[in-house]
Design a protein around this ligand. Structure first.
Ligand SMILES: Cc1cc2nc3c(=O)[nH]c(=O)nc-3n(C[C@H](O)[C@H](O)[C@H](O)COP(=O)(O)O)c2cc1C
Length: 186
């Protein structure tokens, strides 16, 4: 069984919807199991027991949610000291609603997450543009769900992004499955 841990934080439910879509995608892959938790609930054992991790955050002031960063700085940093995260597969997603057509800082949020996961020795799965739903919510880093339009009218994340989220989670699950028994960093 390949276990994928889906970690997220969410105040208004948008990132949470995307996390649930990820669980659907993982569960559709034969031999895979999803575990869904908020960042504040995560323990070191959750990471150790998982073959791959999908981390989602709302964009907050152009960066990740503080509870996600707290998890990285507390739970993950301890595992970094023990080299326990090396070679584990990771993918990312985000939800934002910034003023203006481009949103506010989602790419910085993604890059900031990746900076942390690279330091932890994890293997990143990107989001190829052929993935179903990419046109409405794709960035090459991962799915981006806009919960509000450029005038800040809040309509919530759309169904195309949720489809994209499912497909992204399937890619990550298959990658984790393929790498599961490999000791890459020895
Ligand atoms: C404190 C705070 C800061 C935010 N900063 C940004 C921002 O910099 N850029 C952006 O695009 N959206 C920003 N937003 C909007 C949220 O990212 C957006 O509403 C998101 O979809 C919320 O996700 P959630 O429903 O999972 O809580 C901010 C929201 C809050 C509460």
């Amino acid at each position: 069984m390949t276990q994928i841990l889906v970690i997220y934080e969410s105040d208004y439910g948008n990132t949470e919807k995307m996390a649930h879509a990820a669980v659907e995608g993982i569960s559709s892959v034969p031999g895979a199991k999803a575990v869904l938790k908020k960042a504040e609930e995560i323990s070191a054992d959750d990471f150790v027991a998982s073959d791959g991790v999908i981390v989602g955050t709302p964009v907050h002031m152009g960066n990740m949610d503080w509870r996600v960063k707290k998890m990285i700085d507390t739970v993950c940093s301890g595992l970094w000291m023990q080299d326990k995260l090396n070679g584990k597969v990771v993918g990312i997603f985000a939800s934002g609603g910034g003023f203006g057509g481009a949103g506010g800082g989602v790419e910085l949020t993604f890059v900031s997450l990746l900076n942390n996961f690279a330091e932890l020795g994890m293997i990143f799965v990107p989001l190829p543009k052929m993935t179903e739903g990419y046109k409405k919510g794709g960035l090459h880093w991962g799915p981006y769900g806009r919960s509000a339009d450029e005038d800040m009218n809040n309509g919530g994340v759309n169904s195309e992004v949720l489809t994209l989220m499912q497909k992204h989670a399937m890619h990550i699950t298959r990658t984790a499955h393929a790498l599961k028994e490999q000791n890459i960093f020895t």
